[in-house]
Design a protein around this ligand. Structure first.
Ligand SMILES: NC(=O)c1ccc[n+]([C@@H]2O[C@H](COP(=O)([O-])OP(=O)(O)OC[C@H]3O[C@@H](n4cnc5c(N)ncnc54)[C@H](OP(=O)(O)O)[C@@H]3O)[C@@H](O)[C@H]2O)c1
Length: 154
């Protein structure tokens, strides 16, 4: 992880790597949104949950007291920031509809993505994604939360 972080600094990050990660984290969700929206519009109970990371929060990342302030980088973290921007555009497009769209950060989970070095179980990390995906018709839309509905800044 430490080695990966060093390689992701803006001065040395491989642009091919940046493109590959943005392809998955930014263009992927946009592509899926475009493919699924016609079906979602036909549903009476449609919702979208875009999975992001607190690392992509510009408010948190620009705060020197944030634990990951100095590791904000253009590969992964900035791809999640871009995902937030793209999600905001989806949110405004869907404002006049009943389709819910929310952003969720699963926290730091023990998955392959982080070389299994996370502090949370996969089950705990999935909880907020599942909670938000199961919001009832009166539940909120256009939120950015982590477990137990804790709001995160964009
Ligand atoms: N783990 C964390 O601590 C953490 C923290 C914050 C946010 N997140 C977010 O949580 C989400 C899930 O990550 P995870 O931790 O569960 O990671 P993971 O276990 O490594 O899973 C990543 C998933 O992405 C898929 N994937 C990777 N490259 C792809 C590509 N080019 N095209 C299609 N699918 C691709 C993988 O598919 P294959 O299995 O087929 O390779 C895998 O299903 C991600 O959005 C991640 O950014 C994770």
């Amino acid at each position: 992880m430490a080695q990966l972080r060093a390689l992701a600094k803006p001065s040395v990050a491989s642009l091919d790597e940046v493109r590959a990660v943005w392809e998955v984290n930014v263009f992927g969700p946009l592509r899926v949104y475009q493919a699924m929206l016609p079906l979602l519009r036909k549903s009476s109970d449609a919702r979208i949950v875009n999975v992001t990371s607190a690392l992509g929060s510009l408010t948190l990342a620009s705060d020197p007291s944030f634990a990951y302030h100095s590791s904000f980088e253009p590969v992964y973290a900035a791809s999640k920031t871009a995902l937030h921007a793209v999600t905001l555009s989806m949110m405004t497009e869907l404002e006049a509809t009943d389709i819910k769209i929310n952003l969720v950060s699963p926290g730091f989970a023990r998955t392959r993505l982080v070389n299994f070095e996370g502090t949370e179980s996969i089950e705990d990390a999935a909880r907020e994604v599942v909670r938000v995906a199961r919001l009832g018709p009166d539940g909120p839309t256009a939120t950015f939360t982590t477990w137990e509905g804790t709001s995160l800044p964009w």
